[in-house]
Design a protein around this ligand. Structure first.
Ligand code: SAM
Ligand code: SF4
Ligand code: F3S
Length: 437
């Protein structure tokens, strides 16, 4: 029995892929996953290259593993994910003790790659973009509680000027409707009550179905008919693909949860154009107003990049103004990180790091304040949560509100129940509550 330890970095797509690696290895009886790297015969690192820091984590980790491998020469090391995709054989030049290099879309070939490496003693590399083959060949997903992620499309065709993802994950490609529905139905049979549909630009989904193609709104509508599924979410959406049909789905479909992660990156039209986001600020704001009209309690979160090359302080102030105008319910913000091979890496960048850090702190403080203010409005109200596990603090159980806020609750419950709760307090962003019945 070969023991495999898997560590994932980066976005939810990578977390999903890492779980699928465990599934494919579990199906192959010779392999078993372990949580303890010191016990592992094979260590797989599922990497991210979206920012320099994320990429450096791989090489820090490889430094540690090299020492471990010196003491246990039979141990094998595999590098997957977006750094593998971008760097390919360079990884073997920088870290010659690595045995496998595989891309985000070749994880289904892992057992064969491991066997071939064992048979030949030679490093194996497979970075082909075999997105649909990957889904066809992966076994049924393992489950872990009443919530599950389902990847419905791969890749990105947008080529924002700052971003590596189109190079590391390939073009946008959607899974056929029937495949997604089968996977969700299988999850529902095994107790899953909430699914989150995943894609780099998940609302660019266009899946084949008999007689044509279905968009994300139609796919979600089909999922609402699957017995057992009570809640549906999706992430990450892109403003350019935010259609009227998706906005309408929020108004019509009770199982579609009122929370949307809609990255805007910046609040200034000239920066948006130089980022190649392909939409204006006004277009973004009109999506937000339409969403609020369709679903007044919807929570909208976003991603922001501060210090994009040449961003002036006036342009940054416009990002703050946008955040205040939209009243985002929190978000992720990052300092721009130049990525080799992307157009923005050649733009001149006169703003110093200290100034960028200061902008980041101001933006993060504002986003945090807005999220906490919204949390406070829940105190004293009646809500519903999906019980998803024991509470880590402040209660017996935890679960999420429709808008995705975590609530720690006192009282008796069972995993996977939808329960009425009364919100009694907040600790920052998270809420405290009691079961109502
Ligand atoms: N496809 C999604 C979209 O366009 O909204 C985003 C996917 S990307 C993996 C997640 C976030 O990483 C982006 O929204 C952006 O804020 C951030 N990001 C991407 N490239 C970056 C870079 N070079 N420097 C800093 N942040 C970056
Ligand atoms: Fe990157 Fe832009 Fe694609 Fe998002 S849409 S993954 S930011 S290139
Ligand atoms: Fe990172 Fe690749 Fe995701 S670069 S953010 S792991 S798509």
């Amino acid at each position: 029995m070969i023991k495999v330890y898997i560590k994932s970095f980066g976005c939810q797509m990578n977390v999903y892929d890492a779980n699928r690696m465990a599934d494919v290895l579990a199906q192959n009886c010779a392999h078993k996953t372990t949580d303890d790297p010191s016990q592992a015969d094979v260590i797989l690192l599922n990497t991210c290259s979206v920012r320099e820091k994320a990429q450096e984590k791989l090489f820090d980790e490889l430094g540690r593993l090299r020492r471990l491998k010196q003491s246990r020469p039979t141990m094998r090391i595999g590098v997957g994910g977006c750094v593998a995709s971008q760097e390919g054989a360079n990884i073997l030049r920088r870290a010659p003790f690595v045995d496998l290099v595989f891309g985000p879309q070749t994880i289904h070939r892992l057992p064969a790659m491991l066997d071939k490496q064992a048979a030949t003693g030679k490093p194996q590399i497979d970075l082909t973009f075999a997105a649909i083959e990957k889904f066809d060949q992966l076994p049924a997903p393992g489950i872990n509680g009443p919530r599950a992620f389902v990847s419905i499309m791969e890749g990105c065709s947008k080529f924002c000027s700052f971003c590596v993802v189109p190079y590391t994950r390939g073009q946008e490609i959607s899974r056929p409707v029937a495949d997604v529905l089968d996977e969700v139905a299988e999850l529902a049979l095994r107790g899953v009550r909430e699914v989150t549909l995943l894609g780099q630009n998940v609302n660019a989904y266009l899946g084949a179905e008999p007689g044509g193609t279905a968009d994300l709104a139609r796919l979600i509508e089909c999922i609402t008919h699957i017995d057992g599924i009570a809640r549906i979410r999706y992430t990450t959406s892109h403003p350019v693909n935010f259609t009227a049909s998706l906005i309408d789905a929020h108004a019509r479909l009770a199982k579609l949860m009122p929370s949307v992660h809609l990255p805007v990156q910046a609040g200034d039209d000239r920066i948006l154009a130089r980022m190649k986001r392909n939409h204006t600020l006004l277009e973004y704001k009109s999506i937000v107003s339409a969403l609020l009209k369709a679903k007044p309690d919807i929570s909208i979160t976003s991603d922001f990049i501060v210090g994009f090359p040449g961003e002036t302080s006036a342009q940054f102030e416009r990002t703050l103004k946008l955040v205040k105008d939209v009243r985002f319910d929190g978000g992720y913000s990052f300092i721009y990180s130049a990525r080799p091979g992307t157009p923005a890496a050649n733009f001149s960048d006169p703003v110093g790091h200290a100034e960028k850090l200061d902008r980041l702190k101001r933006l993060q403080q504002l986003l945090q304040d807005l999220a906490r203010q919204r949390s406070a409005t829940y105190v004293g109200t009646a809500q519903q949560i999906l019980v998803e596990g024991p509470s880590k603090r402040d209660g017996d159980w935890c679960g999420r509100l429709p808008d995705n806020r975590m609530v720690n609750c006192r009282g008796k419950a069972k995993l996977g129940q939808l329960r009425d709760v009364r919100i009694t307090g907040t600790s920052g962003y998270t809420l405290r509550g009691e079961f109502a019945t």
